[in-house]
Design a protein around this ligand. Sequence first.
Ligand SMILES: CC(C)(COP(=O)(O)OP(=O)(O)OC[C@H]1O[C@@H](n2cnc3c(N)ncnc32)[C@H](O)[C@@H]1OP(=O)(O)O)[C@@H](O)C(=O)NCCC(=O)NCCS
Length: 177
Amino acid sequence: MVELREFEPADGRLLATWVDGPVELWRWSGKNFSWPLDEQQLAAYAAESATPLRRSWMAVDPRDGRAVGHASVRVDAAAAGGRLGRVLVAPEARGKGFGAAMVAGVLTRAFGELGLERVELGVWDDNAAAVRLYEGLGFVCDHVLRDVTQHAGRSWSAMQMSMRRSSWEAGASSGLS
Ligand SMILES: CC(C)(COP(=O)(O)OP(=O)(O)OC[C@H]1O[C@@H](n2cnc3c(N)ncnc32)[C@H](O)[C@@H]1OP(=O)(O)O)[C@@H](O)C(=O)NCCC(=O)NCCS
């Protein structure tokens, strides 16, 4: 349903148009970016994505070649682990299955060509769409960092979720993922 291609520096501008304010930016990336999402931050992100420490992709709708999503994995090669992040679907493309298809594609690569044994992530506990997406693919909540930070006048709790290669492969072979 989606194809993945490598994230390139020129894609940064498109990402910025998908995040329409500071709260959206916070929901998407927590402390990793600050508002406004400017070229300097995006260039640094693109530069990191060009190193072995991070792999970042754009998801493309094969029917028209339009970019519809973005996701990234920070790689800890020594631990054979990765942290999935920056999961974002273009606002007009949400709710159509692109997010789930994109993350499934990322996991196929993470457990395949990247050779990872475990992929983890953090998601704000009130982000219903993201939590449902991750749980639907087989991520399990390991623990919740309750009220872990204050931002925009309220406290935020972060679910820490993970998936092991064996779970992904079991789901894939049963046709669940
Ligand atoms: C979270 C996000 C990536 C989901 O992408 P998406 O393409 O809309 O998701 P999908 O259409 O693939 O749906 C995935 C699941 O979430 C559910 N879902 C989608 N939107 C939902 C919503 N607003 N509320 C509750 N569930 C929702 C879908 O029903 C589906 O579950 P199902 O398969 O059991 O029916 C997208 O909403 C987004 O970019 N949000 C802003 C950035 C963000 O929050 N990123 C995550 C940071 S951790």
